[in-house]
Design a protein around this ligand. Structure first.
Ligand code: HEC
Length: 133
């Protein structure tokens, strides 16, 4: 019985480690149990409470739910690319001076640190263009 339960838990962990979403050239690992799970969450947005949260709320939650942010994990560069993508396609404004503050926050709490994943997220990936004929 014990083994069965351990096996089931193992399977769930294994299965969930395959659900990381690949988008653009960032790896978003959706299942992470890390130090952030023990931190205080903002009641309104569910985002982790921090001195920079007010700025992220101001810049990032007027068009869509904070859930879009919370459910993603990107590197600092990945977050920056998301911001550029929204600026190019969805009328997101220039964040100016506040971009650094927003990125500091996102990098600190919503980075791909998946301690339950089977391996660390890949770094320094060399991407190539797929030639479609
Ligand atoms: C001007 C409106 C607007 C603002 C402000 C905005 N976004 Fe978005 N964002 C969008 C739209 C539109 C989408 C696409 C929603 C969809 O696909 O349903 C999106 C999608 C996203 C996604 C999901 C991307 C994906 O690949 O699925 C993330 C993450 C995100 N936004 C983060 C942010 C962050 C962080 C900020 C603050 C810097 C922000 N957004 C501010 C318009 C905005």
């Amino acid at each position: 019985m014990k083994n069965l339960i351990a096996g089931l838990i193992g399977f769930v962990i294994l299965a969930s480690s395959f659900t990381g979403k690949r988008s653009d050239n960032n790896i978003a690992v959706k299942t992470s149990v890390s130090f952030t799970d023990t931190l205080k969450k903002d009641a309104e947005t569910g985002m982790i409470v921090d001195k920079d949260l007010y700025m992220v709320k101001a810049q990032c939650t007027s068009c869509h739910s904070s859930k879009l942010i919370i459910q993603n994990r990107f590197t600092r560069d990945g977050w920056k690319q998301k911001i550029r993508w929204m600026q190019a396609n969805h009328n997101l404004w220039d964040l100016g001076e506040t971009e650094k503050q927003v990125l500091d926050y996102l990098e600190k709490y919503y980075a791909p640190t998946a301690t339950l994943a089977r391996r660390q997220p890949l770094k320094d990936i060399k991407w190539y263009k797929l030639e479609l004929k």
